[in-house]
Write a protein that binds this ligand. Structure first.
Ligand SMILES: Cc1cc2nc3c(=O)[nH]c(=O)nc-3n(C[C@H](O)[C@H](O)[C@H](O)COP(=O)(O)OP(=O)(O)OC[C@H]3O[C@@H](n4cnc5c(N)ncnc54)[C@H](O)[C@@H]3O)c2cc1C
Length: 264
C-alpha cells in the first residue's frame, strides 16, 4: 500500500513571539523562527506508519516549504516515513491554499500511484482547513475530513469514522482517497536515538517547479486567486483585572459588577 502524507512545517509555538508581519506582502515573516511538524500532521504520519506495519507498502512525506524546513522532514523520516520530498522553489512562495494544493497534488501525481493521501484537518498557523479537500479535488478522488478512525479492509471499501458537532458518522469509502485527520485518531510514537540515526540514511529529495509538470498560473504570491487585503496583530491592552480578596469576596464583587453591567 502506498500512502503519501502531506506535512506542513509550521513555526514552533514556543517561538511565536518572534513572528513578525511583512506590511508590504501582508504575510508572516517566518525566517529565523524554528519550525516543527504541524501537530495534526504527526497523527496523519502515525496512521500511515501503522497502516504500513499491518499492510506493508511505503510511506512518503511531501511538504511545500522553504529550504529551512529540511530538518522538519528529517524528523518525519526519523518518525518512520520511508522517504520525503521537499517542494521548494521561489515560484511557490506566497501561494494561497489553492496554489499550495495544486503544487502538492502535482507532486503526488509525479510520485506515481497512491492508495491513500493523509493530511491534518488544519494547521496551527494558516488554519484554513482547505488544503486537504482541494488536493482531493485536484486529484479527482474522494475526500473525508475530521477522521478519527481508519479501518483498512482487503478487497472491500474501508470503514472510516468522521467526527462532526453532534458525534460522528461511519463511512464506507474506497481508496484511492484523501483523508484529513483529527487528534483523537491515535497517539503518535516517540522517536528514539536509533530512529534519528537511521533517518540520516533515508532519501530526502528537494524538488523545484522544474521537477513537476507545467503548473497552472495559480501559484505564487502574484498569481494566487486570493490576495491578502489586510493582516494585522490585534492591539494588546490591559483588559484583564484580577479581583482581590478571598473566593467568596471575589464572587460577591464579580456578581455585583455583572449586575451593574446589566447582566442579571
Ligand atoms: C493570499 C495568501 C498569501 C499567502 N502567502 C503566504 C506566504 O507568503 N508564505 C507562507 O508561508 N504562507 C502564505 N500563505 C498561507 C498559505 O497559503 C498557507 O500556509 C498554505 O496554503 C496552507 O494553508 P493552511 O495552513 O491554512 O493549511 P490547512 O488547510 O489548514 O492544512 C490542512 C492540512 O493540509 C496539509 N498542508 C497544508 N499546507 C501544506 C504544505 N505547505 N505542505 C504540505 N502539506 C500541507 C497538512 O497536512 C495540513 O494539516 C498565504 C495565504 C494566502 C491566502
Amino acid at each position: 500500500m502506498r500512502t503519501m502524507v502531506l506535512l506542513k512545517a509550521v513555526p514552533d509555538p514556543r517561538h511565536w513571539h518572534q513572528l513578525r508581519l511583512d506590511p508590504e506582502t501582508r504575510t508572516l515573516i517566518r525566517s529565523g523562527v524554528p519550525m516543527t511538524i504541524n501537530p495534526l500532521d504527526r497523527h496523519a504520519l502515525e496512521e500511515a506508519i501503522r497502516l504500513r506495519e499491518t499492510r506493508g507498502g511505503e510511506v512518503i512525506v511531501i511538504s511545500m516549504a522553504p529550504p529551512e524546513a529540511g530538518p522538519v522532514l528529517r524528523e518525519a523520516l526519523a518518525f518512520g516515513a520511508d522517504r520525503a520530498v521537499l517542494l521548494s522553489d521561489r515560484k511557490f512562495a506566497g501561494s494561497d491554499t489553492l496554489g499550495t494544493a495544486h503544487v502538492l497534488a502535482e507532486a503526488v501525481r509525479a510520485l506515481g500511484g497512491f492508495d491513500l493521501v493523509l493530511a491534518g484537518d488544519e494547521t496551527i498557523d494558516g488554519g484554513t482547513a482547505q488544503v486537504s479537500a482541494q488536493v482531493a479535488e485536484f486529484l479527482g478522488v474522494a475526500n473525508l475530513m475530521h477522521v478519527s478512525r481508519v479501518e483498512a479492509r482487503k478487497d472491500r471499501p474501508w470503514l472510516v469514522r468522521s467526527m462532526n458537532e453532534r458525534g460522528s458518522i461511519l463511512v464506507e469509502i474506497a481508496p484511492p482517497m484523501v483523508l484529513s485527520v483529527v487528534k483523537g485518531l491515535n497517539e503518535p510514537r516517540y522517536v528514539t536515538m536509533m530512529n534519528i540515526l537511521e533517518a540520516e540514511q533515508k532519501d530526502l529529495a528537494t524538488w523545484t517547479a522544474e521537477d513537476l509538470p507545467p503548473l497552472e498560473p495559480i501559484v505564487g504570491l502574484e498569481d494566487s486567486a486570493t490576495q491578502m487585503a489586510d493582516l494585522f496583530v490585534p492591539e494588546g491592552g490591559q483588559r484583564a483585572e484580577l479581583l482581590g480578596g478571598d473566593p467568596p469576596a471575589q464572587a460577591r464583587e464579580l456578581a455585583d459588577r455583572l449586575h451593574r453591567l446589566g447582566f442579571c
